[in-house]
Ligand binder design. Structure first.
Ligand code: GLN
Length: 540
């Protein structure tokens, strides 16, 4: 059976949760036994997300195969519990660099190269290639941005053309505002957006309406009328605290069955196994909604005003809290602010049951993070250091326990006498910034008898990486003699992969374990960390 396509388009504004809708629909279809995968199109001219600022664009997500992709991939993987490949991310940058290469090679000899047909054909060929290589029943395509943006116009045209040849349906995510005083849901913006979409030759089959409260009957009728669809094809997407409930919310409205019907697809799993899968997903949603004992977790970083910059860390905490039957409250602490007033550290950290220093780049806020780590170590606050958070754990220990005054990472002070953290071998010569870090999945060997081993219960562990610096092996002995434990190394290159404190819970990892935490498979390090926080909360 040829692959079927679902194109998810946004109208009116971005940030409505297109990634969550796409992931939820893919999840439902996979619960029906279908091989359904999401692909994201982003119109910007960057080749990938690796060179973007997380403060503007949100977290850079890394895949097993070293691809640096949009944060929506985190949502996809957390819902689908599967590892996606870089080919599922298509950007304007990738399309145009391929087009120019083809043109220079002479593939279009004699022609002027145009958006229609050449770019559209390239996009259609790319999507068919992904579908075939992955033997997909359904390819769900999330189009970044909103319909009408200059950046995605050519892509939408390609989708219109794809629909002339293949079985394609369009799903539109829109926003239905509610005027405070009147309390009435207004559909006029959606009507205008629909008209706009139809001008591009797109007729959506389903309209998903994001709104503050449940979609009223009147609003549903109006949207259906203007969209030329049945009322059952207008789907409610009211704000809800738990994003993981979305697949079930869509299922209750029959979206999965309607989508399969319009694509001419039959479920491959029987009804009983679908129900079992949906019920166990529901039980996990209940677990994270359960109001168990509370743990307070501080995230100390420099991008704290934009929580999207740490989206995976936040979600990994949610998953691990569900597993530990606690509810976790995250407290965002701006590390730069900690540098400004001396009493801010005890004031902000004393009430915390656990603290995380997540990944990051550049000098800003680093000293605040080091002081916070020192406080956590001496006050025995459970600590989890992620990538940069591990490197600074070593710097803090070198300064305050080993007495190496001025110890630092070469990233922040290239003149330091004690380069506790240094550039990775081979990275000195790297000048181009895109895709050149130590990226993707790397395996490390864990020492038995360590906290890391207790968490992973395995000697070989693979996690995703994204860094240019590493712990300087010249200082390894000094650090370990003073009491820090090297609990994991990369066997091939001898790189330190994990560090831990003795006595109280403190683990640092060079990897980004948050990138592989899923609702159905929380990450072991996060589970151990939240367990330690739960213990501390109970003792307080
Ligand atoms: N800036 C550090 C490095 O490049 C840490 C990177 C990170 O936290 N992802 O090694």
């Amino acid at each position: 059976m040829p692959t079927k396509y679902v194109v998810v388009l946004g109208s009116l504004l971005s940030g409505l949760g297109k990634g969550i809708v796409t992931a939820s629909l893919a999840k439902l279809l996979s619960m029906h036994g279908l091989n359904a995968m999401p692909l994201k199109f982003d119109g910007y001219l960057n080749y990938d997300c690796g060179t973007m600022n997380p403060f503007r664009h949100g977290e850079v997500f890394v895949l097993d195969d070293k691809s640096e992709v949009d944060m929506d991939f985190g949502t996809y993987e957390r819902f689908l519990n599967t590892s996606l490949k870089g080919e599922f991310s298509l950007t304007g940058g990738k399309i145009f660099s391929a087009m120019i290469e083809m043109e220079r090679r002479g593939d279009f000899l004699g022609n002027d190269v145009q958006f229609v047909p050449h770019v559209a054909e390239y996009i259609i060929g790319y999507l068919k290639g992904v579908a075939a290589r992955n033997r997909l029943d359904v390819l769900l395509i999330e189009v970044g941005g909103t319909v009408g943006d200059i950046e995605n116009g050519y892509f939408i045209e390609a989708m219109r053309e794809l629909a002339l040849r293949e079985r394609v349906i369009f799903v539109n995510l829109t926003y239905v505002p509610e005027l405070g005083a009147v309390g009435e849901q207004k559909t006029k913006p959606t009507q205008i957006a629909l008209r706009n979409m139809m001008q591009f030759g797109i007729q959506p089959s389903f309209i998903i309406c994001r709104s503050e409260n449940a979609l009223s009957e009147a609003a549903r009728n109006k949207v259906a009328l203007f969209a030329n669809v049945d009322e059952s094809a207008v789907i409610d997407d009211q704000n809800s605290g738990n994003i993981y409930r979305m697949p079930l919310h869509l299922m209750e409205q029959g979206l999965d069955s309607m989508v399969m019907k319009s694509l001419g697809l039959k479920p491959k799993a029987d009804g009983r196994s679908f129900e079992r899968r949906a019920a166990s997903w529901g039980a996990l949603c209940d677990a994270i909604d359960r109001k168990g004992p509370k743990v307070d977790i501080a995230i100390v970083g420099k991008y704290t005003q934009l929580h999207d910059a740490y989206a995976s860390v936040k979600e990994a905490i949610v998953h691990a809290a569900g597993k530990n039957m606690v509810s976790a409250e995250v407290h965002w602490i701006d590390s730069e602010m900690l540098e400004k007033s001396a009493d801010s550290i005890p004031r902000l950290l004393d009430g915390m049951d656990g603290m995380i220093v997540p990944g990051g780049f550049g000098k800003r806020g680093i000293e605040g993070m080091i002081s916070a780590i020192s406080y956590a170590r001496t006050k025995r606050i459970p600590y989890l250091g992620l990538c940069l958070g591990m490197q600074l754990m070593a710097v803090e220990f070198a300064r305050n326990v080993c007495g190496l005054w001025g110890a630092n990472s070469a990233e922040f002070d290239s003149d330091t006498k004690h380069r506790i953290v240094d550039i990775l071998p081979g990275q000195e010569a790297v000048t181009a910034k895109g895709g050149t870090m130590r990226l993707g999945l790397w395996t490390s060997r864990i020492e038995k008898g360590t906290m890391a081993y207790a968490a992973y219960k395995s000697e070989n562990v693979s996690e995703r990486h994204r860094h240019r610096y590493e712990i300087n092996n010249a200082y390894r002995e000094t650090l370990t003699k003073a009491g820090i434990v090297v609990s994991a190394v990369n066997a091939d290159r001898g790189l330190v992969e994990m560090l831990e404190w003795r006595g109280s819970f403190g683990i640092g990892t060079q990897a980004h374990p948050e990138l592989e935490s899923r609702l159905e498979m929380p990450n072991p390090l996060f589970i151990s960390f939240i367990r330690a926080a739960k213990k501390r909360a109970a003792a307080r």
